[in-house]
Design a protein around this ligand. Structure first.
Ligand code: NAD
Length: 286
């Protein structure tokens, strides 16, 4: 059985800093890596405000928050990943960039290190093919915001070993999340269902059927969704939604997944949602 007691996280953005935080909060020493010191400083600030929010809500003590922060080390070098039992990658959603990292990690880490990717939609089987030890590669798909969302979708590549799948499932439970396993396919389960719904809501806006507010409130009142599809698209990031739709469209080679032309325009305009202050709504800086 693969024992996981040390964790490396690559990419300290929206997802990476959340993943580092929940792993450290569960007692694991974590090394968090990114390309620049600026990205790491921003990640530390984000983690500290998230922990401060939990203290205010009474779900964490100040001492536990301080212990969590103390378990996280940051670096711009990949070398410390050699000491991690699992490396969780949360970098840009591009096959060639993720494959390059896997190749570099192959050279640095022992053959027993597990490589997990937080990819939203890229084929794990293709990512595993980038490793000299493909059986160690698996998908560990967290949801945004990581400290809040309960599910981790575990995606088995065609090559993933049973031992690696069992170890990652056990780790997911140990960090307080709920694992659900899916076979590898474009978009897996959640995004295959969710992204087309957001895309179709954008088509409804483009056709002038109703306002974004009305479309969102219809899905809240009529389908009992806690958040409407356009508000959710703004939260996830419209660039991320477009990436997922393009993966589904090209992966399945099926026109039913065609990205909405308005979604493409929003991304070209830089209206990516909350992270740029404007998407289907405006988000003035706090
Ligand atoms: P992000 O842009 O917020 O963060 C990515 C980080 O990776 C940045 O800090 C960037 O500097 C760093 N990075 C890029 N290339 C790197 C490299 N070669 N080495 C080290 N660091 C590198 O992106 P994100 O939203 O956190 O998404 C990361 C991954 O998680 C993507 O695969 C995305 O599809 C997936 N994901 C995103 C969400 C979401 O809601 N945002 C949800 C689930 C999964």
């Amino acid at each position: 059985m693969t024992e996981i007691s040390t964790i490396g996280v690559i990419g300290a953005g929206t997802m990476g800093n959340g993943i580092a935080q929940v792993c450290a909060a569960a007692g694991y020493p974590v090394v968090l890596q990114d390309l620049s010191e600026e990205a790491l400083t921003l990640a530390c600030q984000t983690m500290e405000s998230s922990l401060a929010r939990q203290i205010r809500k009474g779900t964490l003590t100040a001492a536990q928050a301080a212990e969590t922060v103390a378990r996280i080390t940051t670096t711009t070098s990949l070398d410390p990943m050699a000491d991690s039992d699992i490396v969780i990658e949360a970098i840009v959603e591009r096959l060639e960039v993720k494959s390059t990292i896997i190749g570099k990690l192959d050279a640095i880490c022992p053959a027993t290190t597990v490589f997990a990717s937080n990819t939203s939609s890229i084929s794990l089987t293709q990512l595993a093919a980038a490793s000299a030890h493909p059986g160690r590669v698996i998908g560990m798909h967290f949801f945004n915001p990581v400290p809040v969302m309960q599910l981790v979708e575990i995606i088995r590549a065609l090559q993933t070993t049973d031992e690696v799948a069992e170890a990652v499932t056990a780790l997911t439970v140990a960090i307080g999340k709920t694992p659900r396993v899916s076979k590898d396919s474009y978009g897996f389960i959640v995004n295959r269902l969710l992204a087309p719904q957001i895309n179709e809501a954008i088509n409804c806006v483009a056709e002038g059927l109703a306002t974004p507010d009305d479309i969102d409130s219809m899905m809240k009142l009529g389908a009992n969704h806690p958040m409407g599809p356009l508000a959710l698209g703004d939260l996830i990031g419209l660039d991320v939604v477009l990436n997922i739709m393009e993966t589904l469209y090209h992966g399945f080679d099926d026109p039913k997944y065609r990205p909405s032309p308005l979604l493409k325009q929003m991304v070209h305009a830089g209206y990516l949602g909350r992270k740029t202050g404007r998407g289907f709504r405006e988000y003035p800086a706090a």
